[in-house]
Write a new protein. Structure first.
Length: 413
């Protein structure tokens, strides 16, 4: 796995009962990669491959020294919890050589919670003591991106209107973080349907119903019932796709009613959709930027950085980074998606040239911290300062971006 950071490892596993599972390692840095396990009965190799590339872009754009990967297993729904965990342990056993050598570290993703992830690792012979809830941290970066869009749109005094497709745990955390005087959520959807109220949906009630009833929350929330597909056409300031890949495509991009799209989900656009949305003047942020808090904020937290400091970084430095990406997009007449992709790949190439290894001091300090031989507060302070410096370098890289300087030019979408 040495050499170029970009690699190509595609694995299909056939579990007992004919249940297929897929693993894609798209890139490695420091001889490792990471990305979540998606549990969905219709997951495909193409979806996993696309999501693995998104993880590569996410890690390299935000400056975390690891490669991108993803996995998926098509467990039929509904599945009894015992059968689900048995299949996950079997998958972990089959992937043990990759996991135990650190080539691929699975994480949580759609329908894969902490206990599911622990079952997978148990199958590989590894016991996970604690699993960080990345939903909360994803909501932090999503909130920073929404605030950056408000800055970019020149929000003014009126509340910006939002529509959330796929209202789940991240959407619930996000809704509770956004100031009521600045934002009004007017439509949400789940797999069970959608509800709309132009006056605004009650965030406390919506979050409470989500916690109690899950996807059925939209059936119990007061408001106008609409087909979930119609949510994309809602006339709002910001649309937040938060579920599957490719939900915005050639068939619905022409009817999108939002001014900005801030995806919580990875890879929400097809190439055709991006082109249509760009031609219509709709601002499209990349999912791998918006949801990057799931990796950078959880990494900060696992390194001992306080929640308050992580919130400060997300609400200031990360928010400013997204704002500068939006400004650069307007300046050069290109989509933020294409600019961010080019910068991410440039950062990945630079990381590969640096020797594909962490500095010896960083490795030693990390080991001492994990073994509780180094003062945690000092390590946390150093880690936070280092990541903050990385974001400031990223801001300068965005400011210095020019289409003519990019190798082959940035993506037209």
């Amino acid at each position: 796995m040495n050499g170029s950071p970009i690699c190509s490892l595609h694995i299909r596993l056939d579990m007992s009962g004919g249940v297929p599972a897929f693993v894609v390692v798209d890139s490695t840095l420091n001889n490792t990669s990471s990305g979540g396990l998606r549990i969905q009965e219709d997951v495909t190799m193409d979806e996993v491959r696309t999501l693995a590339r998104e993880m590569t872009l996410k890690y390299s754009f935000i400056g975390l020294p690891r490669g991108g990967a993803k996995s998926g297993i098509a467990i039929p729904s509904p599945a009894a919890p015992g059968e689900k965990r048995r299949l996950l342990r079997e998958m972990g056993s089959r992937l043990a050589p990759l996991i135990r050598k650190g080539i691929y570290y699975p994480g949580m993703d759609m329908n894969c919670g902490p206990e599911d992830l622990k079952a997978l690792y148990r199958g590989a012979g590894i016991t996970l003591e604690r699993v960080t809830d990345t939903s909360y941290f994803t909501a932090l970066s999503a909130a920073g991106a929404v605030e950056a869009c408000r800055d970019f749109l020149g929000g003014g005094k009126r509340p910006l209107t939002l529509a959330v497709e796929g209202f789940g745990s991240v959407g619930s955390y996000l809704a509770q973080r956004l100031p009521e005087e600045a934002y009004r959520i007017v439509a949400v959807s789940t797999v069970k349907g959608a509800v709309m109220d132009e006056r605004g949906l009650s965030v406390p009630r919506l979050s409470s119903l989500r916690k109690e009833y899950g996807d059925d929350c939209v059936l119990r929330m007061p408001g106008k019932r609409i087909p979930k597909e119609e949510l994309f056409a809602a006339r709002v300031d910001i649309l937040l796709p938060s579920a599957r890949t490719w939900v915005l495509h050639g068939g619905n991009a022409g009817s999108v009613g939002a001014r900005c799209i801030v995806p919580i989900a990875n890879a929400p656009y097809t190439e055709e959709a991006l082109q249509i949305l760009r031609e219509r003047g709709i601002v499209c942020l990349p999912g791998f930027v918006v949801n990057s808090g799931g990796v950078y904020a959880s990494s900060l937290y696992d390194s001992g950085v306080s929640s308050g400091e992580i919130e400060r970084i997300s609400g200031s430095l990360f928010r400013e980074t997204v704002f500068r990406l939006l400004l650069k997009s307007r300046e050069v007449g290109q989509s933020p998606v294409g600019i961010a992709e080019r910068i991410a790949l440039d950062r990945l190439e630079a990381a590969g040239r640096s020797g594909n290894e962490k500095k010896k001091l960083d490795r030693a300090m990390e080991r001492l911290f994990r073994e509780r031989l180094f003062p945690g507060r000092w390590y946390a302070r150093r880690y936070a300062m280092k990541f903050s410096g990385n974001l400031m370098r990223l801001q300068r890289q965005i400011e210095g971006y020019s289409p003519s300087a990019a190798e082959g030019g940035a993506s037209p979408c």
